[in-house]
Ligand binder design. Structure first.
Ligand code: PMP
Length: 545
């Protein structure tokens, strides 16, 4: 359906879990609205007096929104990595502005600690609610009208609350076959199992999803047909895949057909990095203005792939956003966007657990956002994107320096339709590689440069290993991983991310992966790590020759 006119969400309350339905409305809720009434003489709540809060104000120096350049800083030469190692980053001087949050505001409506550190509603403090509403409306443009915002303490909390709100013990949750292990860890103890769906370079496959749901047999599966999906559509963790609009629409339509709720866990939405271009072919683009402005915000947002919310005309998407990757994970702050029925149940749940995210955190983050303004925050996000793009590019450049990367269009398999980089050893005079080894020219690993997120998902070609036995990939993956760890390099072992392995009783022979993160660490460390990796993996593949 094309979304010309926005609609009201449909009634999806039959998806609520028994636990969620059993939650009582807090008796305090009825009187909460009176607390905010101007001039009310409230002696009703167990509220401590702000006079006894031991903080008179909080001040911070905050980076300006245009702190990070919008175009990659390195010159496009074969020596660019040297520039990265010794140049741009360390030389950057931080430009900051001071912000202060007083306990009592001089202008009544301003953010203040007397309110922020007081008990507050689970939905969010008022200034933050307003900011998030504007942000969600302009960035994601939900297709249904009555979407509702509710804060949480990040997407880990968001997902675990969604599970409690939607799933009953004995049910299954649809997810990508390679998935974020913490998401599965929040379900397993409640006897809620992952139901893996096949993936390709665009993430979850719509034909696999359709087949799975249309052929679902509750008896042989020993569970009802799943009615909830957990999905990471951008810069997927661990595979790095990013879903196209067309695929999202197909998945959405299937979810409408089979009445499935989509929980969109999207922490990497603003790390949409574009296509990797090898360093010899990279040219510095035209530099955009760099100043926050409404036009530049709009132009930038139009380049981002839309959220599921954007064509959710029924209100069946629960979107999870977090400040973890855009401000700091320690802020423990994020938000749900969903239909009002789910939001109300999630709010009831929040009231009886954390009550609300920490008041200090909400006050500081809100002050930063409102100080920057909406366009300033978008400008900040654009700068972050360039930073991570440079990290991605530099990391892959290191692989290209260390290995021979052969670009091959994949005509089948999980990366069908993509250019796959196949890595083999390269003869290097300086390292004295043996003729025997280079002559074998075996592909040791392959990957598709990610267009979003923080990860390179590396497929190990373990069948090229001299002692390979089909079905025993786990052993070889662990052996190589251990050798690397002993040599001082830690990668994410692929087996950890297998939903098949996490779904009890299933076999998964498609192992032999590493998840490698380029989001943190110095450029010098990337270079060192890849040099060590090169040595260890070459030794590993030469074994027993
Ligand atoms: N979901 C995914 C897919 C993630 O990769 C991460 C962080 N690694 C999280 C959730 C955790 O997010 P938060 O810090 O907001 O809890």
């Amino acid at each position: 359906m094309s979304v010309e006119k926005r609609t009201q969400s449909i009634d999806l309350s039959h998806h609520l879990s028994e636990l969620s339905k059993a939650r009582q409305t807090s008796p305090l809720k009825g009187i909460m609205k009176y607390f905010a009434q101007p001039g009310i003489l409230s002696l009703a709540g167990g509220l401590p007096s702000p006079a006894y809060f031991p903080v008179s104000d909080i001040s911070a120096n905050v980076l300006v929104p245009e702190s990070f350049s919008l175009s990659p800083t390195e010159p496009s030469t074969s020596l660019s990595w040297l520039w990265k190692l010794f140049g741009s980053h360390n030389a950057t001087k931080e430009k900051t502005q001071a912000i202060t949050i007083p306990k009592y505001p001089t202008v009544k409506e301003d953010i203040n600690l007397a309110t922020s550190l007081q008990y507050s509603q689970a939905v969010a403090q008022a200034h933050l609610q307003n900011f998030l509403k504007q942000f969600t409306s302009e960035v994601y443009r939900p297709a249904f009208e009555d979407w509702t915002i509710l804060v949480d303490t990040g997407n880990t909390d968001g997902w675990s609350r969604a599970v409690m709100t939607l799933c009953n013990p004995g049910e299954g949750v649809l997810c990508e076959e390679w998935t974020y292990p913490s998401a599965v860890a929040s379900m397993i103890p409640f006897n809620i199992k992952p139901v893996p769906v096949g993936m390709d370079a665009l993430g979850m496959k719509s034909d696999d999803l359709e087949n799975l749901l249309s052929q679902w047999d509750p008896v042989s599966r020993q569970m009802p047909r799943p009615h909830v999906m957990y999905i990471v559509p951008v810069g997927q963790n661990p595979s790095g895949s990013t879903m196209s609009v067309a695929r999202k629409k197909q998945i959405y339509d299937i979810c409408v057909k089979y009445d499935v709720i989509i929980v969109e866990d999207d922490p990497y939405y603003f790390l949409q990095l574009g296509t990797y271009i090898s360093k010899d072919d990279r040219f510095p683009g035209a530099t955009p203005s760099g100043k926050p402005s409404a036009d530049e915000s709009k132009r930038y947002l139009s380049t981002l792939t839309p959220s599921f919310l954007n064509f959710d005309y029924e209100g069946r998407v629960i979107r999870l956003d977090t400040f973890s990757k855009t401000i700091a994970p320690g802020s423990r702050l994020g938000w749900f966007t969903c239909n009002p029925v789910f939001a109300e149940r999630l709010e009831r749940q929040g009231e009886t657990t954390a009550q609300a995210p920490c008041g200090f955190g909400q006050a500081v983050i809100t002050k930063i956002l409102t100080h920057w303004t909406y366009d300033g925050y978008i400008r900040w996000l654009r700068g972050l994107r360039t930073e991570y793009q440079q990290r991605r590019d530099f990391f892959i450049d290191c692989l290209a320096d260390e290995f021979h990367l052969h670009e091959v269009p994949a005509v089948s398999g999980v990366w069908e339709g993509c250019i796959v980089y196949q890595a083999s050893s390269q003869v290097k005079k300086s390292t004295g590689m043996t003729e025997k080894y280079s002559a074998r020219n075996r592909t040791m690993f392959s990957f598709v440069p990610p267009v979003a997120g923080m990860f390179v998902w590396m497929k190990l070609h373990l069948d090229q290993h001299p002692s390979f036995v089909p079905g025993d990939e786990d052993t070889l993956e662990t052996k190589l991983w251990t050798k690397l760890a002993e040599n001082g390099v830690l990668f994410g072992p692929g087996w950890m991310f297998s939903a098949n392995a996490m779904a009890e009783g299933s076999d998964n022979n498609d192992s032999g992966h590493f998840r490698i993160s380029f989001s943190n660490g110095e450029f010098t460390d990337f270079k060192k790590a890849i040099t060590i990796f090169g040595r260890v993996i070459r030794e590993f593949f030469q074994e027993d020759l």
